[in-house]
Design a protein around this ligand. Sequence first.
Ligand code: NDP
Length: 300
Amino acid sequence: MTTATIIDGKQFATRLRASIAAQVARLQAEHELTPGLAVVLVGEDPASQVYVRNKGLQAREAGMRSFEQRLPATTTQAELLARIAELNQDPAVNGILVQLPLPARIDPEAVIEAIAVSKDVDGFHPLNAGLLAVGGAAMVPCTPLGCLMLLKDRIGSLAGQRALVLGRSNIVGKPMAALLLREHCTVTIAHSRTRDLAEECRRADILVAAVGKPHMVQGDWIKPGATVIDVGINRVPTPDGKGRLVGDVDFAAAVQVAGAITPVPGGVGPMTIACLLLNTLTAACRQQGLPVPEVGPAVL
Ligand code: NDP
């Protein structure tokens, strides 16, 4: 029997994008400002091409300018850095995102550090990571920002909640933990060296799973009534050979125990691009010295 509330990230993201589009229209009408997002893709990785196309499409749907920069797989690091320098200087471009992964000979850290901090809409620049850690005006990585919005929409104030973040990557786990700490949660970060992982998880009122291991989090790892955010996107084989996407949480078991849970797909995934648009809007306003409009639950 299903007991948990299913957190509908797809529907939330649709509302968020509509709210962003309304703010973009207002910026155009009042300030003749059209936020611009540049997405840079090096090479022809099929999954990356789909992501880049979707980001461009959704930016345009929100009324933004989209600059899709497709560079050949033979592009050198120097050429990519030169392109980023041009985008940094271009006043029509408010946000810059370089689609990862990059070809092996290009150092992703050098590329991320070349993006202007104020245009770093992925929030991966070390200065933005530092600003998030000290509570400054950071660009916050899109996936954890989306998770936080879903949590605040569901729970309201997070103060005093015991939160466990499973995974400590720079793009999900660490910024997620920083955001939850900022919301006054008591935060534990678990990873591959954590002892008694199931026991750690069982203590959590909020469990965010970002490991990349299909169905790793079992039903009996979850505290009854907890809110579970499943960031994982894992493709598992199916008899018809097509495969299907599953999360890091054993959804069928967890839904019997949790108070609320995000599905995969349709949970965190759709929030990521919506938050990319939100970051582009925020970047455009900050660059122009305009107040950042409130869209969705106030999280920053
Ligand atoms: P990483 O591979 O960078 O990090 C995985 C983390 O999980 C690491 O910290 C690792 O620990 C930890 N981990 C791995 N195995 C175990 C284990 N057996 N027990 C405990 N901890 C473990 O992944 P990402 O953070 O980039 O992504 C995580 C998942 O989220 C993936 O499925 C990815 O596809 C998905 N994702 C989804 C997004 C979305 O839009 N919904 C966006 C980004 C990612 P250690 O550090 O010790 O190695």
